[in-house]
Design a protein around this ligand. Structure first.
Ligand code: SAH
Length: 397
């Protein structure tokens, strides 16, 4: 123990280097010993083998043993959380996201990218949805909700905790999602002037894939007059933007009936019932068979094919097969927007899979643009693992 009363994690010799470079993870193998009793979820202080303080973080059983939430000593309590949330808010304000009537949906806290490993907070037009990815972070949910209220003031109507799906093990079994503050709230948001109805209680992730905002805008700007296919459409984000951009026709495909209903609802919200768009509940791999040369533009935004390193090979094969099908399905002069959100498949590996797909399809393909995640999903320069969304905009001859 030490004078803060927190358990003291002491690293082995030479194991302090990554923390000194502000990388926020301590792997279990780097720990020499722990003074005091550290239970899963506890705050602990981390020291070098020469007894130098390195940081304070949440302890967890598993390969990442400590996630650092501060590289300097602090008094745990309201002021700490307020300053962290305020810092994340000010950054979004500098991006023009906090007072923009056209866009009132954005990510407020992106875990390591905002110095808060284990915490996601998404803002949906006056409701904040909190998702904890570590038990330690979840224990602070009330303080986080209080900090959100202070930073937003009257503007914030509700805070919803949606951590049941993101936390593992027995702790999660005993949890239920629910409001930490307020209730309901306005579930209609605007993104670049496009309207979306969001269901954070029942929807995937926190309710919407906010990370595709900039890429959706790009799709919109190339959609005019094109016959567009939106694969893995979920709530129809890309479909709505393609329609807004003047697409001649849009087909939206998802294997989930709930997703198809969301897409239909969002299309109707923006374009009424007679829009030139149709939704198809189907497996994309099946849907694309036999569609050779049918579309002028295809969006391919699948769920993560690999969540763990050992699934990487399988994922790469999946990206290759999927992209080969997509490349075959566009006309000459067609455009493909293709993505991977698997963290363990890096940009090189993804580009390799798409190259192999182009070879298999036997078409000439040019890379028009490299695509990424938007600035409200910032990557700490010391934690490159935070970059997960990568994509390619392709021109197919
Ligand atoms: N493009 C969406 C997000 C996609 S999330 C957006 O911008 O909001 C991934 C979606 O893929 C989910 O809705 C899931 O239901 C769907 N999905 C997963 N596997 C599928 C498959 N094999 N065929 C069709 N859809 C699938």
């Amino acid at each position: 123990m030490n004078n803060t009363g927190l358990p003291k994690v002491i690293l082995g010799s030479g194991k302090d280097q990554s923390l000194r470079r502000f990388h926020p993870w301590v792997f279990s193998g780097a720990i020499r010993k722990i003074n005091g009793e550290a239970q899963e979820g506890d705050l602990v202080e981390v020291y070098s083998d020469r007894n130098e303080y390195l940081g304070t973080g949440h302890y967890q059983d598993g390969s990442i043993a400590v996630r650092i939430i501060s590289f300097s000593r602090f008094e745990p309590g309201a002021a700490f959380w307020r300053s962290k949330i305020k810092n994340a808010y000010d950054y979004r304000a500098s991006l023009g996201l906090t007072a923009n009537p056209q866009t009132n949906v954005y990510r407020l806290v992106y875990a390591e990218g905002d110095g808060l490993p284990g915490l996601i907070v998404d803002y949906y037009n006056s409701t904040a949805v909190v998702q904890a990815h570590s038990l330690g972070m979840h224990r602070h949910r009330q303080e986080i909700a209080e900090a959100l209220k202070e930073v937003y003031g009257e503007q914030l109507k509700a805070v919803y905790d949606k951590s049941k799906e993101s936390l593992a093990g027995r702790y999660a079994e005993g949890l239920s999602n629910g409001y930490l503050y307020g209730s309901g709230g306005n579930s209609q948001v605007s993104e670049n002037g496009n309207l979306f109805s969001i269901d954070w209680e029942e929807g995937q992730k926190t309710g919407f894939f906010i990370d595709q905002r900039e890429n959706r805008k790009l799709v919109s700007s190339f959609a005019a007059g094109r016959k567009v296919l939106d694969c893995f459409c979920y709530a129809g984000g890309f479909s709505v933007y393609a329609m807004k951009g003047g697409a001649a026709e849009v087909h939206s495909v998802d294997s989930s009936n709930t997703a198809i209903k969301l897409t239909d609802r969002n299309i109707a919200l923006n374009f009424g019932e007679d829009a030139n768009q149709t939704s198809h509940p189907a497996d994309v791999f099946d849907y694309l068979k036999g569609k050779d040369g049918e579309y002028d533009m295809i969006i391919v935004d699948p769920p993560a094919f690999a969540k763990r390193r050992d699934a990487r090979h399988h994922a790469v094969m999946g990206y290759k097969r999927l992209n080969a099908l997509a490349i075959k399905s566009v006309k000459a002069g067609g455009i493909i927007f293709t993505f991977s959100c698997s963290q363990v498949v890096d940009r090189n590996l993804f580009n390799g899979a798409v190259t192999a797909a182009a070879i298999e399809a036997g078409r000439n393909v040019r890379i028009m643009q490299y695509l990424s995640q938007p600035p409200d999903h910032p990557v700490s320069i010391f934690h490159p693992e935070g970059e997960y969304l990568k994509g390619l905009m392709l021109y197919v001859d």
